[in-house]
Design a protein around this ligand. Sequence first.
Ligand code: GLU
Length: 255
Amino acid sequence: MKLVVKVGTSTLAHATGRLNIKRTQDLCRVLSDLKNAGHEVILVSSGAIGMGVGKLGLREKPTDIPTKQAAAAVGQCELMYTYDRLFTEHNHTVAQILLTGADLSAEDRHENFNNTMSRLLQLGVLPIINENDTIATEEIKVGDNDTLSALVAVSTKADLLVILSDVDGLYDADPHKNADAKLIKHVHGTPEWLNTLAGDVGSALGTGGMKTKLNAAKICVEKQVDMVIANGENPELLYDVVNAKDGNYTRFFAK
Ligand code: GLU
């Protein structure tokens, strides 16, 4: 299957902004293994700003645009260096693709993106995509990688998008506030009640939250791509997700 996996800063980094080495190693090992098993894998990875914050020794995520973009420029190198090293250990070659919303809405650039992606996959490469944070301004950016990963999944005609997060999936109430909140394992299509479930607070270093994930689910399901929200804490869960085994995660069925 063609699989797009989106990983957020909260999965890749500790609260300090520094790399969570064990987690990232596990993720790269499982994704390499899925590739070895014959799946096509595309990774959409956040973490540029978070890692830049760590590497520059800033005390918190910056709020002004030049510092954010500077942190992204530093962190994106660190991110790709890390992936290149870890995937190389498993004999896989990675490629970096940085996009903005404008690249996907301009027909010619979008076509170039699709052509490059197909060629990379034919060549057996594992493309790693992030928003081009160093140049993206409010007007041209997608803004969050949940939405970006959905656009990538639709554009590359993927079978499945898996969004790895710091929660197990979609709950019927906010699990941080309500101990009785229950995980919703299956969602068919995008029913109206979904709109009532999205809190919108992201983690300290990431951008999304449940709102952007549900928006991603709508984009995917509308275009016949299944989507999963799962906890990135244990990347081994990806085996169950890919093999459609039931587990503690939420699957949005498009078909
Ligand atoms: N592109 C941003 C980064 O790499 C993250 C956006 C997001 O977390 O949704 O830091």
